[in-house]
Design a protein around this ligand. Structure first.
Ligand SMILES: *Cc1c(COP(=O)(O)O)cnc(C)c1O
Length: 651
């Protein structure tokens, strides 16, 4: 049955409810027909996200899938470079902006290529945090004008590669994080005769804020403290490499929610810069690291999932603070480097998941049971349910909780049978539902009852793994916007949390964005005609690579979308990456596909010989097994009718 859209609901209300405009930053919205849309370039060109999903499904790539909007990625690169260019112009700043993209935030070749391409006009460079990342940077980097910044722990081979880049004329800057690295650099420079470009990472006292606050301060694992910086200067002078010191670097952690932290850190680092310049080092570059945030919840606050500033304000504050300090110290202002990763890549990708099942606590208990011999505790719960006019909400809730506990201990002691236990559970949830309905109509709700909606929320089972596709939600409680991709003209009447298909009770999304606080559930639509698709947005940073293979759920399908005016739907899929097959993830944990099949065959043959299995069944079983190795790891969603029919033999 098709539901008629409720008269009092509209696409605009959905847009508001899910906050599309607030976290979407001009890129995400809802159209009049109730479909979520993306405007990759922030202009009038609009793609319905569900159209992309349908096209991908037509190509054999079903959800869960990652969709990348390559134009949106380009747009972010331009935006970042443009806000700095604008701030520099407005402030009449004598230096340039020379940003770099930190590869660790998304190493996928197509992402890095797009960023390099989009950054051509801005001399936008790359940042590496490990030897493998430096190898990507060296090979992908073009020309000699863009920077390559080398961070992270470095062994001799890392340093050799960096110097090789210098030989090619590239501006590769080795940022010294540990004093011992400097000894290695000095030795290698002498050995190879290559002049390195060196930066110092300063351990700032300015503390970050948010989840990654420990990236600075005394206990930070990276950077040189003041005494170490002085020793490093002496070492450079002693080895006649003073001319190689070009840059001061700091990084106060990712997703900095408060602009004040950034202002303070920039001020502190600018002082370092000026002091080093005055000591006679050539310098020329100040690197403010990463940390530029994404407003995941759209609240524009200094809450950890948000940020209380815009990208433009960030750029203006950095430019003006550096200028102020340099002017005061009479030091020529440096070119400015930043290593924004999250802010550049997070918005371009989203994860699409399909809801496959709804678990409702009360419904799953079935219709109201009347035990043959009703136990007193059941009658007592019935009384609570019927006593609404006499007892307050809180009192009924307390009664119900207490009686449910009592029922469970009676069961454990052997005084309550299954029928009565089922009836008690049923009544408990009925009372909770009754109270929850009353709460919706009143203003003030006592603290204890806030939990009720959370308790009553349905579980929507989604075909994906939090551990593979949304690791930061599980590990750090990071929030991402979640919204249906369609049916947005219908009122979402079900409060739900999302659970994944791993066998892990942690495999769920039970905290959602909210303007005030954190929401314990998200309003969704009743499951009607399937498929029902949800988008989990702003997942382009970190999530792709951090995911793991819990329960052997592997990489998800992926499509890369470009705007195309000539196409009917306004886009085309340039590239698709098929998710992992079962056989592939098996090999990751050392099982050879052929060996597994051999073992299965041996067992089937033996069962056939013993006449446990008919030969024809044996062949079918082996075929099924082999076919599954080529299958994807996630739930197949083939309609039931296409499954082989089981023939029931009459006896
Ligand atoms: C991780 C990291 C970045 C990127 O940080 P974002 O907050 O994603 O911009 C930049 N620089 C360094 C040194 C990092 O470790």
């Amino acid at each position: 049955m098709k539901r008629k859209p409720a008269a009092h609901w509209s696409a605009a209300k959905s847009e508001e409810l899910y906050g599309f405009k607030r976290w979407g930053d001009g890129h995400f919205a809802v159209d009049n027909e109730g479909f979520a849309t993306v405007q990759p370039l922030g202009d009038e060109r609009k793609i319905r996200i569900l159209d992309v999903v349908r096209e991908a499904v037509g190509m054999g790539l079903s959800a869960p899938m990652v969709i990348r909007f390559q134009d949106l990625l380009r747009n972010r690169v331009s935006q970042l470079n443009e806000v700095f260019a604008k701030a520099i112009k407005e402030e009449d700043y004598p230096g340039r902006y020379r940003g770099v993209f930190p590869i660790k935030v998304n190493q996928l070749r197509e992402v890095v290529e797009e960023i390099i391409e989009a950054g051509r006009d801005f001399d936008y460079g790359l940042e590496a945090g490990s030897r493998p990342e430096l190898m990507i940077a060296l090979a992908m980097h073009e020309g000699t004008k863009r920077l390559i910044i080398c961070n992270g722990y470095k062994d001799l081979d890392y340093l050799r590669l960096a110097l090789l880049g210098r030989k090619l004329g590239k501006q590769v800057i080795i940022v010294v994080e540990q004093l011992s690295e400097l000894d290695d650099i000095i030795a290698l420079a002498a050995e190879t005769g290559v002049e390195p470009m060196i930066g110092f990472r300063a351990k700032l006292q300015t503390r970050g804020e948010g989840k990654w606050a420990t990236s600075t301060g005394d206990n930070a694992k990276f950077g040189l403290n003041t005494a170490e910086i002085l020793s490093a200067c002496e070492k450079l002078k002693a080895s006649k490499l003073s001319d190689c010191l070009r840059l001061v670097h700091f990084h106060i952690g990712s997703q900095v929610p408060n602009i004040l932290t950034i202002k303070n850190a920039v001020t502190e680092a600018s002082r370092f810069y000026c002091q080093l310049h005055k000591m006679g080092f050539p310098m020329g570059l100040l690197d403010v690291g990463g940390g530029l945030g994404i407003d995941y919840d759209g609240s524009r606050t200094n809450f950890e999932s948000s940020m209380n500033y815009t990208m433009a304000e960030y750029a203006r504050d950095i430019v003006s603070n550096i200028r102020e300090i340099c002017t005061a110290e009479a030091v020529p202002p440096p070119d400015i480097v930043s290593e924004s990763g999250r802010a550049v890549v997070a918005p371009h990708a989203l994860l699409v998941v399909e809801v496959v099942e709804r678990i409702n606590k009360r419904e799953s208990l079935g219709k109201h049971r009347q035990p043959a011999e009703k136990h007193a505790i059941v009658s007592s719960l019935e009384a609570t349910l019927q006593n609404r006019p006499r007892l307050g909400k809180l009192e009924r809730f307390h009664d119900a909780v207490q009686k449910k506990a009592e029922a469970f201990s009676l069961f454990n002691l052997g005084y309550l049978d299954l029928e009565n236990r089922a009836a008690a559970e049923q009544l408990f949830w009925q009372i909770c539902e009754q109270i929850a309905k009353e709460i919706k109509k009143t203003g003030y709700v006592p603290e204890e009852l806030h939990e009720l909606n959370k308790l009553l929320a349905d579980q929507y089972v989604c075909n994906f793994s939090v551990f593979q596709s949304l690791l930061d939600h599980w590990a750090l409680g990071q929030l991402f916007p979640v919204a249906p991709l369609h049916r947005l003209t219908e009122k979402p009447s079900v409060d739900a949390i999302l659970v994944d298909i791993t066998c892990d009770s942690d495999g769920k999304i039970s905290r959602f964005i909210d303007l005030q606080d954190v929401q314990d559930y998200v309003p969704l639509h009743p499951l009607g005609n399937k498929p029902y698709y949800l988008g989990i947005f702003l997942t382009g940073a970190y999530q792709d690579i951090m995911g793991d293979m819990h329960n052997l759920f592997g990489r998800v399908n992926e499509v890369h979308v470009f705007l195309e005016d000539d196409e009917e739907d306004g886009f085309y899929i340039e590239e698709s990456i098929s998710g992992s097959s079962v056989g592939e993830v098996m090999e990751d944990v050392q099982y050879q596909q052929a060996d597994l099949c051999r073992r299965m065959k041996r067992q089937i043959d033996s069962a056939t010989r013993k006449d446990v299995l008919k030969p024809r069944e044996g062949i079918r079983l082996l075929e099924l097994y082999e076919r599954q190795l080529r299958n994807k790891t996630y739930l197949g969603t083939e309609p039931f009718s296409t499954r082989p029919k089981r023939k029931v033999k009459k006896r």
